[in-house]
Write a protein that binds this ligand. Sequence first.
Ligand code: SUG
Length: 445
Amino acid sequence: MSISFEANFDGLVGPTHHYGGHSFGNVASTSNANKAANPREAAKQGLAKMKALADLGYKQGVFVPQERPAIGLLRELGFGGDDASVLAAVAKASPGLLANVSSASSMWTANAATVSPSADTADGRVHFTAANLQNKFHRAIEHAQTTRSLKAMFNNDAVFAHHDALPMQAVFGDEGAANHTRFCHDYAKAGVEFFVYGRQHWGGAVEPQKFPARQTREAGEAIARLHGLSSDKLVFAQQNPAVIDAGVFHNDVISVGNQRVLFVHETAFLQQAAVYAELDAKLGGGLQVIEVPLVQVSVADAVKSYLFNSQLLARADGRQNLVVPDECRATPAVWDYLQGMLASNGPIAELMVFDLKQSMQNGGGPACLRLRVALQEKELAAVNPHIWMNDALFASLNTWVDQHYRDRLTEADLADPQLIIEVRTALDELTQILHLGSIYPCQLA
Ligand code: SUG
């Protein structure tokens, strides 16, 4: 019998991590705009989570950051001269543009791609579609590099299939795995792929009024076709527009699922009971829903604490660990709920709490920072072996961060021509540490 694993690939925070207020509809991003950031601490907080999971025996990989500021894009927009002149000109003409092309947002790899494991796809390969992230300019510029990075990590056409991002239009707005969940009895067997959307572009009935719905139904349907998924194992559900308007900009801010478990807030979806019934039926029964009642945890507290931006990690005893950010402990209603949940002896056995404050202040919790890929043994063997977290890689990446990252970055610093030199030096070394080859624009001929 084939053994299968769920691996997590966490985004390593890039050296230009800052608080730009770039994401309208993401309450943390807009409310922390212009705060001074600490890229070194951000990267180390992420590495500590990766190491802790690897130490517990989970398959944990590292997903590289992108090169920022995106000088090539600034050149496409008409800024010329050498790199220092480009930076000086854009800083003068449009500091907002400079901040956007400097975002380290590729750290949130839940938004890198949608992934379908080989047990679900028609051709028996693991399929990846890079997310177009077209709703936000600073994120819409990620997908080409995301595809290059994914191809360097999963570099074997016999077992992996890579699709480019969907067309960059609102009708195909796609935010990747943040709105996609897979349920299964066993990672090695066909599972149910669950696509949650905020808006149906053609023929939809309701949508949020205040904040954007970043994911469309049409995008999920296109990905299901590209990946060769079977309709009897597919479920589509619309996110409740009211929660998007309350700051739930992705489904992974209001629900999380793994194997047979769905941990979800009472107000997450339209026609929630029908969604549960369809998931259970297509799974062949056995879905375990842990529904958090509104009277116990408000939507505002769910958004503030990121209770549902948690990671459910399978354990050997068939139960799950729940990885939550520190903010859950700091939110009394959420912490009370979690204590009660643990005492009930349900599907979640244990909590793991992490300090991810640097990322959290931009609306990125534990689940945002990871891309999940369920892999069979032969696929696991085909992953670039140098990206797996272990003692040696943890030590070398911490040293690398100490050498190359600043401990303070504000928007004003983004115009410093020294910063892009630091970034390129750092990334060049990183591709060597991780044996990724030339994947960045500055390294391409
Ligand atoms: O797309 N924040 C990200 C957070 C992504 C969270 N991902 C998931 N929920 N899966 C976003 O809104 C803020 C950047 C800034 O404002 O500097 C930002 O892009």
